[in-house]
Design a protein around this ligand. Structure first.
Ligand code: ACM
Length: 662
């Protein structure tokens, strides 16, 4: 039932009852975080069990022994291990640091279950646990869609529940500059539509995260992805401006001008201010997706490149030479920024594109371009983390993300050929939540529960790879996450009810339960084709926004086919086939009209499934023409409509295969 799975678990005999006498004693060096973590656990267990611990006797049931105070600023690689022993008499949690205690308490909390005897209990066991990777992060883009502080906090709670330890805060991009700057106030005043975190709020989040064993790494994406900076400070740009906050998505032309020496004075002060605000030793400068257009077109930049040997002193450079010169210019920019980041006491981090052999080796490369790129980085002596394969906005399944390992080539499935030293420079991974098509209302449902599967990939031993086992535990952890305040479940009925208006929600839910949103590129394409490309202002209130990234119903249905549970398969297919009748009246509303073909497809797919099931039940092979026509229908039904796909098409396709293989 645990997620992430501990490194070592030995089951004992019996169970520890959790009743009103439950109490926690803390010994060892006092770090206030240990007591607050224990108090949070007590409060949540009280809520879950309905018990009040205040009124019970005071002898400790769970004893916590923490050997040291943690570092003043949580460090990369700080000891996070713990040992938990539970017998029917009591539980003992020992750890070298408060971080270990917090991890142990997260484990303990997952172990509390309704007892088969009476009330609630924890099974007797011994766990010795430590993470596989020391960098286990969640990245959240708060620029494209604004994420209020409550969203951040509740997700920090959920991160702690699955032992993630880095919150990567993507704070600026073309669409918004989200932190108050006292040094350069036009950054947030003109670059954010008033949607930004005050410095006090930033400190509040950092303190909240620290209490939960989570580091906060800020990202200010430069020199591209920086339009929101240029609105207030157009003089930093490589083109004259004026600039407006980006309302659409993609790779934009506006870029900072590395040839402008005033830029470095500006960045010096800015990084200084932010380095004071964010205590973590890492500072992320983004660095991704610079198209170089404005650099190529700016004569001053061209002069600068010639002077610095990035272009020949004379002649008109061709396209390739310009591209190379722009890469060199960005490398030059990165060098200058690196000096500033170091001057302010930080280590630099950036996406793959900042990789250049000249940069000092203590920077961290965040690879969104794949294990090969990550492998190259660590072979050159850099440190790195993997994010390729962990992009939530692609709407892939938890199982797919789970199968991606920072040390394994996803194509060949072979472990990267790296020396032990090189391997040790792969620090871990980060799940990425980009928010082009996500709002504060549905963001939790995009993050959870899938992120828990990746949290296990980063924490548990490399040999823990059984997807079926993962899914069984993911379902449980997903339920448990409600207790941490994330709204991945809660937002769903509300969004569906709103869509249904005054009509019945049930038939809409039946459809919604088996569809999945298309990923980032599918949504962009649909927006373009509709003639209304998405912008920051497009309402994200349709079925595609309510639908869950991975249909639990479809997965359950697929499992029923695997188990040859034909009665249940028939029941499910019949319900889907019949749904259209009750749903049809609802689909007359303007917001649901787009679902008419989706609902029709569901009926058709379910009908086909029932026919296939009849063949299977009768052990009769269908005529080749039937199979061919069925497959053609399924291929058509698999195509996205209204930006959703029907997730039972694949299992029904398997059913058709089963029928035709008899
Ligand atoms: C990225 O996805 N552009 C880092």
């Amino acid at each position: 039932m645990l997620m992430p799975k501990p490194a070592l678990l030995t089951l004992g005999q019996g169970e520890l009852r959790i009743d009103r006498n439950f109490a926690i004693a803390v010994s060892g060096l006092g770090d206030a975080r240990v007591r607050s973590a224990a108090n949070r656990l007590s409060t949540r267990i009280e809520k879950r069990t309905g018990l009040s611990f205040a009124s019970g006797s005071k002898s400790a049931v769970l004893t916590i022994d923490c050997a040291s105070k943690g570092e003043t600023v949580q460090g990369l690689g700080e000891d996070e291990s713990y040992k938990l022993m539970v017998t029917s008499e009591g539980a003992r949690l020992t750890a070298n640091s408060p971080l270990g205690v917090m991890n142990g308490l997260a484990t303990f909390e997952q172990l509390v279950q309704p007892s088969s005897v009476e009330g609630f209990s924890v099974p007797a066991l011994t766990i010795e646990d430590a993470p596989r990777f020391k960098w286990r992060g969640l990245h959240l883009d708060v620029s494209r869609h604004w994420m209020p502080i409550e969203v951040v906090k509740r997700n920090l709670d959920a991160m702690a529940a699955v032992k993630l330890n880095v919150f990567h805060w993507h704070l600026s991009d073309n669409q918004g500059f989200r932190v108050e700057s006292k040094v350069y106030p036009k950054l947030h005043e003109l670059g954010s539509d008033g949607l930004y975190y005050t410095q006090d709020q930033v400190r509040e989040v950092i303190s909240y995260a620290r209490e939960r064993g989570i580091r906060v790494v800020p990202e200010f994406d430069i020199p591209g992805h920086s339009t929101s900076w240029l609105v207030g400070y157009p003089e930093l740009g490589a083109a004259p401006g004026p600039f407006e906050i980006g309302r659409t998505w993609g790779i934009f032309d506006p870029v900072m001008d590395p040839a402008n020496k005033d830029l470095y004075a500006f960045l010096d002060k800015f990084i200084g201010e932010m380095a004071d605000l964010f205590p973590d030793s890492y500072f992320h400068i983004g660095g991704d997706e610079v198209n170089g257009k404005e650099w190529s077109e700016n004569p001053k930049v061209t002069d600068f490149k010639r002077k610095h040997g990035m272009l020949p002193a004379i002649g008109t450079p061709d396209k390739q030479a310009l591209k190379l010169s722009n890469e060199k210019l960005q490398a030059y920019f990165n060098e200058r920024v690196l000096a500033l980041v170091k001057k302010h006491g930080k280590k630099m981090m950036g996406w793959d594109e900042i990789l250049a052999p000249e940069l000092s080796k203590d920077i961290v490369i965040q690879s969104w371009q794949g294990q090969k790129s990550l492998g190259d980085a660590v072979q050159q002596g850099f440190q790195g983390i993997l994010s390729s394969g962990y992009y939530l906005d692609h709407m892939d399944s938890a199982g797919l993300h789970y199968s991606i390992d920072p040390l394994v080539d996803p194509k060949t499935k072979e472990t990267l050929r790296l020396t032990a030293d090189q391997k040790s420079r792969i620090l871990g991974g980060e799940v990425c939540m980009w928010t082009e098509y996500v709002t504060s209302e549905n963001v939790d449902s995009r993050i959870w529960p899938r992120t828990a599967a990746m949290a296990e990939r980063f924490w548990s031993p490399m040999t823990v790879t059984d997807a079926a086992d993962m899914y069984a535990r993911l379902d449980l952890v997903s339920r448990q996450l409600d207790w941490y305040g994330v709204t991945h479940h809660a937002s769903y009925p509300m969004m569906l009810a709103r869509l249904a208006g005054s009509g019945p929600v049930a038939p809409l839910k039946t459809l919604a339960d088996v569809v999945q949103p298309v990923g980032l590129s599918g949504r962009a394409r649909a927006g373009r084709l509709s003639g209304h490309p998405y912008t920051q202002e497009t309402p994200l209130n349709r079925l595609v926004d309510a639908a869950r990234p991975e249909s639990a119903e479809a997965r359950r249905f697929s499992g029923l086919i695997d188990a040859s549970a034909w009665a249940e398969v028939r029941q499910a297919l019949t319900a889907w086939k019949d749904n259209q009748q009750t749903l049809a009246p609802l689909l007359q509303s303007s917001i649901l009209r787009e679902l008419v073909p989706v609902s029709a497809d569901l009926t058709q797919v379910a009908s086909l499934g029932l026919e296939a099931l009849d063949y299977v039940a009768k052990h009769q092979k269908p005529a080749a023409a039937w199979t061919a026509s069925a497959n053609q229908t399924l291929v058509e039904a698999k195509k996205p409509k209204a930006e959703v796909i029907i997730a039972i098409v694949d299992p029904v396709t398997r059913l058709v295969e089963l029928a035709s293989r008899q």
